[in-house]
Design a protein around this ligand. Structure first.
Ligand code: FES
Length: 128
């Protein structure tokens, strides 16, 4: 599916990733803004990487990696307390809204670029 500006779906993104063109900014459809607004938090995978998409109070979106900075556990399987997730392996805590690692502030979660276009949120693995 293309959105007319070079946007790609997950399968196209994975094809590019496998062909070694992943350095080029690729946008992945994270879903309709309307649906995401109703959900608040969406956990998804992009290129095999767990990603968390959160709608902020001001209506904007943030997308962050969901891989623990300690030993790489998948945070999407962790316990959620509002915007805070507890790592399922050793209990480090992260705030998805800010990216801060509460347990080790020197190791924040990376943010990914987002844009709203055509009524959908698009996420790029390019760092924002
Ligand atoms: S892997 Fe997450 S706290 Fe150890």
């Amino acid at each position: 599916m293309s959105d007319g500006d070079g946007g790609k779906n997950l399968f196209s993104f994975l094809d590019d990733l496998n062909s070694g063109t992943s350095e080029v900014e690729q946008w992945v459809d994270a879903g309709s803004v309307e649906q995401l607004s109703a959900i608040g938090l969406r956990r998804m995978r992009i290129g095999g990487n767990p990603v968390g998409v959160l709608r902020m109070a001001d209506g904007t979106f943030v997308a962050r990696e969901l891989t623990c900075k300690h030993h790489g556990a998948d945070l999407s399987a962790g316990e959620w307390r509002g915007t805070v997730v507890v790592c399922p392996r050793h209990g480090w805590e992260y705030d998805l809204a800010t990216g801060q690692c509460i347990s080790n502030p020197s190791l924040p979660l990376r943010a990914y670029a987002t844009k709203v276009e055509g009524g959908h949120l698009w996420v790029s693995l390019k760092r924002s």
